[in-house]
Design a protein around this ligand. Structure first.
Ligand code: GLV
Ligand code: MN
Ligand code: MN
Length: 464
């Protein structure tokens, strides 16, 4: 990949020199070789394991396709010379040992599960790209002082059990095993049963959750590479987004139950139609988000299940899943409270029964200043254009921020699209993101250049 020409103005030159001075010499001197096209080839290879036909990617936790994707990720880790470890929840680690074996690790990573009808880049760029970054560092002869890890987090997407970020949430100590035991997939399986069938798990959910715990004592910093999933970088012609905060996500499950009946014989005044209650609430969800008057509040009714779902039957039960997010936690909580109050009022007026469950209500995360500084140092070192920004999507980084200083590197994606089959990020943007990631990780881990610079076999090798 080509580096950008040096900035022409004397002012910018002075700023770049200053940044170089503050960037550790060993990291600044690294000659990284990252081949964006080789990484894209690996992403396309991974995309073949999908429950839906190409170009859609659908990959649910612990399914056959997820297990095949995991095997491929482990193969790439091995080829990059990383030591592999898997935990009880199904998180997969690849580790490059540091010269100080007792030091807490500096980690990167993301997810490879994909919601129904998604694309090939969400999450996967941070896993395959994370492996490529560690490989490029090793091949450049860099020996980290602190160990470097790349993590394939288990189940960032909530599709199978309705719970997002199960792997990172557990690492952060924020998953209650008793709550996990209440969750079921469409076949009635628990997480523990599914994990055990996949070769993970433990004797109980409590042991499984305890087995994946990380603490500040063994994690020094975390940095995730991800496609932006929004249009800002592309619109503004910028190469890198330096994330400073991650918005607070929450999700509710709201179930209205009525008495149903025959669509012809049940007269209108006698009905208590569960879907009409849900429809009223869905319209209110939009109003509640718009009502804060702040562009950062978003709310979505993305899942709608009707029973018995037959054209000639009055809906007896309608379950909605409602996603509400904001960069301001209390403002997001105000919207959640308004939605719950409205659901109760609708249920009373329409004489339907109501059940509300809070699936998650997570706090926003602020990124660590040293991690943001490492990313900005790497951006300046590489002569790239960037801006600071907020992540409106959630990520495993949201939970890693609970235990370690955390940051994220965003790269542009076409039209800001994601969670769609036509997700796309260019090989050169991917390569730039990996270079920034690698240099920032080197800066955070400390270490020295001057090892053998030996190559592994195959995979993300490159010319610069
Ligand atoms: C992650 O996929 C999210 O929904 O933000
Ligand atoms: Mn996603
Ligand atoms: Mn993602």
């Amino acid at each position: 990949m080509r580096r950008c020409p040096a900035a022409p103005s004397a002012l910018l030159l002075a700023a770049a020199t200053l940044a170089l001075l503050s960037f550790a010499p060993a990291a600044a001197a690294l000659k990284l070789q990252v081949d964006g096209q080789a990484v894209v080839d690996q992403l396309m290879h991974l995309a073949q394991w999908s429950d839906d036909p190409s170009p859609a990617v659908t990959r649910l936790l612990f399914t056959d396709n997820d297990m095949k994707a995991r095997a491929y990720v482990k193969q790439l880790m091995r080829e990059a010379g990383l030591q592999i470890r898997e935990d009880t929840m199904g998180n997969v680690y690849g580790r490059l040992p540091g010269s100080d074996p007792t030091a807490a690790a500096v980690a990167t990573g993301s997810h490879t599960d994909a919601i129904p009808g998604a694309g090939a880049y969400d999450g996967t760029v941070g896993v395959i790209g994370g492996i490529a970054a560690l490989r490029a560092l090793r091949e450049a002869g860099f020996t980290p002082a602190k160990p470097l890890e790349v993590v394939m987090f288990t189940s960032e997407e909530p599709t199978r059990f309705g719970l997002s970020c199960s792997g990172s949430r557990t690492m952060a100590g924020l998953l209650d095993p008793a709550y996990l035991d209440t969750l079921r997939d469409v076949n009635g399986s628990t997480y523990l049963q599914a994990a055990t069938a996949a070769g993970y798990g433990a004797a109980s959910s409590a042991q499984m959750v305890a087995g994946a715990r990380r603490t500040p004592a063994d994690l020094a910093a975390f940095l995730e590479l991800h496609i932006e999933q929004g249009p800002e970088l592309e619109k503004e012609g910028l190469q890198i987004g330096v994330v400073t905060a991650i918005a607070a996500p929450a999700a509710l499950r709201v179930k209205f139950s009525g008495d149903g009946g025959h669509a012809g014989a049940q007269l209108m005044p006698l009905r208590n139609d569960a879907s009409l209650a849900a429809a009223e609430l869905a319209i209110f969800v939009e109003q509640a988000a718009l009502g804060t008057g702040v562009i950062d509040t978003v709310a979505t009714v993305g899942s709608w299940q009707v029973q018995p779902n037959a054209v000639n039957s009055v809906p007896r039960e309608t379950a909605l899943e409602i996603d509400v997010r904001d960069i301001d936690g209390p403002r997001r909580d105000g919207v959640l409270a308004a939605i719950k109050a409205k659901a109760a009022a609708i249920a009373e007026r329409r004489k339907v029964r109501l059940q509300i469950e809070t699936i998650n209500q997570d706090p926003p995360a602020a990124c660590g200043t040293e991690v943001v500084a490492a990313v900005e140092g790497a951006v300046r070192e590489l002569g790239l254009s960037s801006k600071r920004m907020v992540s409106r999507a959630y990520h495993d980084a949201l939970f890693m921020a609970q235990i370690a200083p955390t940051g994220m590197v965003f790269i542009p994606c076409r039209n800001g699209w994601s969670h769609r089959p036509d997700e796309f990020a260019s090989p050169s943007d991917i390569a730039r993101g990996i270079e920034v990631l690698a240099l920032a990780l080197a800066q955070l881990a400390g270490g020295s250049e001057g090892g053998s610079g030996s190559s592994g076999s195959g995979g993300a090798r490159a010319e610069l």
